[in-house]
Design a protein around this ligand. Structure first.
Ligand code: SF4
Length: 627
């Protein structure tokens, strides 16, 4: 493509922003947004790869959606959560559809498990009020989309779609299927909004899941490594095994005697005593128990019986059920063997607990190869997020994902942090691993919440610390903790409650967007270094050997700290305080390299030192890296 063509297209981009500026008084004209849009536009025109970090307030979604719309190419936009998919499809793209004179179509695709599966719904044995309400909803719904149910029944997992248990076109319910009826028109749309899980499942199914693969825009790109690691791992848990038993029962295979053994394996003596939400190495006794369970399930025998059924069954519901049950059975059998052997060198195997049951999990340690394959599947790729760079460089993300040769751009926030925000760094606190840290930091938190009049989000790096503060915090303001209600309702509670205090961890470091005074204080309860004890993190550190701190621990802590910090200032009129409860001494702080150079110029250089002192300096440097 010639440069003049690119220049012409660039004029179209400028005029698109001009239309928004003139026609919509609510639209905030931001030079940073135009700069990002220009970089995305050039990347798409030249079929390149681009990494672009856009600070809070840049308005990155318009900055990539507008060039994608103008490019006229079929574009997949992937983001981290369904809530963010909704924001893009139901707000941003709707707005642009009305505002821009360019014709384009868009839609959203979620995983199959977000839609009712008519085949599985027919097998449901539950009775009672929830079932009646669900049946009523099912009669009326035109979409079968979980999002439209006014209540989520406990049995949702049994009635939603499941890739392994779905025969697609061969399914007798295919013509009425909610998922496929939604899916069948998607190849016509210009912009398809998906989430990272679906994007990686598409990779896993050799690019057969999404309807087209030209341009890919990955928003919240800092999340993608974890999703690759998760999706390419596996889970053996109570619901997976007991669902298979239920299915076998409907196929008249005698399995009733196995249910109690499955319950006692996942919900009995192997349950660790620690807090829920954490991960643990798998003890040998758990694997011995799994071998017993495998013997009891006798999956090979059941498989050969199902194969006999398959040969004799006529086309129809039963034949389809037998076939998909065989797929589920083989997949479970493979995963159980994988946990018993645990020999894949690129996987880490561990246990988790949730809702009174333990689960076996495996995750991919190194995601470079699959991520490379994902990039290869698209002509143009843009990756963006508010937090991708550490120390002004993308090398951390590039190394983690194994990518190189991408264009790079860092676009700062348009907000005036000097005027809008104050940073409080606690001093005189004991080190975080000291036994009195929790008590002492609690007093600092109480003081901060008192002076801010509530309106605070407290971010933790562990549930243990969160639970301690939740039990002991003394304050006059209303307090809720993560886990008290689902995340979306907690955010709603925060928005509707005067002077609230929310104690949270995990997704709340990045998944909360509250503008205005209601959120005026963000307390970071501890520097967010990855928790030792998290098996995936520990394994990655181990493989990096003595580079673990500089190459993983430090840059990932910087990114998470930036995410936490980003919760506070969400608009140009927001003001507030970020408090970091780390024990740092009072020390002169500088912000640019020239000041660092001046500092070094003012002290004797190690180059001027004798060999003995030089050795001492080198040793000191090493000890910092080995922290
Ligand atoms: S095709 Fe059949 S099995 Fe697959 S989701 Fe639709 S109804 Fe369920």
């Amino acid at each position: 493509m010639s440069y003049s063509t690119i220049d012409r297209a660039s004029d179209v981009l400028k005029s698109a922003f001009e239309i928004l500026r003139q026609g919509f008084p609510d639209y905030e004209n931001r030079p940073q947004q135009h700069e990002m849009a220009g970089a995305v536009h050039a990347c798409l025109e030249r079929k390149n790869r681009l990494l672009v970090e856009a600070g809070t307030g840049v308005g990155k979604s318009f900055a990539y959606l507008i060039p994608a719309i103008l490019s006229g190419e079929k574009t997949v936009v992937s983001t981290a959560t369904i809530a963010l998919q909704d924001q893009l499809a139901k707000k941003d793209l709707v707005f642009l559809g009305k505002a821009l004179p360019h014709e384009f179509s868009f839609d959203i695709l979620k995983g199959k498990n977000n839609y009712v599966c008519l085949k599985r719904e027919r097998e449901l044995t539950e009775q009672g009020e929830a079932r009646d309400r669900f049946a009523q909803w099912l009669r009326d719904t035109p979409t079968g989309d979980k999002e439209e149910i006014p209540f989520i029944p406990d049995f949702w997992g049994k009635v939603c779609g499941d890739t392994e248990d779905c025969g697609g076109r061969k399914c007798p319910f295919f013509s009425d299927c909610f998922y496929y009826n939604h899916f069948k028109n998607l190849h016509k749309v210009d912009i398809l909004v998906v989430n990272h899980y679906l994007l990686i499942y598409d990779l896993l199914s050799e690019f057969t899941l999404l309807p087209f693969h030209k341009t890919l825009i990955i928003d919240e790109a800092h999340e993608i490594e974890n999703v690759v690691s998760h999706v390419l791992g596996s889970t053996v848990n109570h619901s997976r095994v007991s669902w298979l038993l239920h299915r076998l029962r409907t196929l008249e295979i005698a399995v009733d005697h196995i249910f109690p053994r499955v319950d006692s394996y996942f919900k009995g003596g192997y349950l660790p005593r620690q807090d829920a939400g954490n991960s643990y190495r798998i003890p040998d006794t758990v694997i011995e128990g799994l071998e017993h369970l495998k013997g009891l399930l006798s999956l090979e025998m059941v498989a050969s019986r199902l194969k006999t059924y398959k040969e004799t069954a006529e086309e129809g519901e039963k034949a389809d059920k037998v076939e998909t049950t065989l797929v589920s059975l083989h997949s479970l059998s493979r995963d159980i063997d994988d946990f018993i052997i645990r020999e894949n060198p690129n996987k880490v195997y561990y246990m988790t607990t949730s809702k009174g049951a333990m689960a076996l999990r495996s995750s991919l340690v190194d995601c470079q190869e699959p991520f490379g394959a994902l990039m290869e599947g698209y002509e143009s790729v843009v990756m963006t997020s508010a937090t991708m760079s550490a120390g002004g460089s993308f090398s951390f993300l590039e190394e983690r994902l194994g990518i190189s040769g991408c264009g790079e751009k860092i676009i700062g926030s348009p907000f005036d942090f000097k005027k809008q925000a104050l940073l409080f760094i606690a001093k005189d606190l004991p080190p975080p691993d000291h036994e009195s840290f929790q008590e002492e930091s609690l007093k600092t938190m109480e003081g901060l919440i008192r002076v801010s009049g509530g309106r605070a989000l407290v971010l933790f790096t562990s549930y243990k610390h969160l639970h301690f503060v939740s039990r002991n915090l003394k304050t006059d303001y209303p307090v809720k903790s993560q886990g008290d209600m689902p995340p979306a309702r907690l955010i709603q509670w925060f928005k509707e409650t005067p002077d609230p205090v929310l104690l949270a961890t995990a997704t709340f470091w990045q998944g909360i967007d509250i503008k205005g005074e209601r959120l005026s204080l963000v307390i970071i309860a501890k520097l967010p270094f990855g928790a030792p004890g998290d098996p995936v993190y520990d394994e990655r550190c181990k493989r990096l050997e003595n580079r673990w701190f500089g190459d993983l621990a430090l840059p990932s802590a910087i990114l998470l700290l930036k995410q936490g910090f980003g919760r506070l200032i969400r608009s140009s009129s927001d003001q507030g305080v970020v408090a970091i409860l780390a024990s740092l001494p009072e020390i002169r702080t500088v912000h640019n390299l020239e000041d660092v150079r001046t500092f070094f110029d003012s002290i004797p250089s190690s180059r001027d030192l004798g060999p003995a002192r030089r050795k001492g300096v080198r040793k000191k440097r090493r000890s910092v890296r080995e922290l």
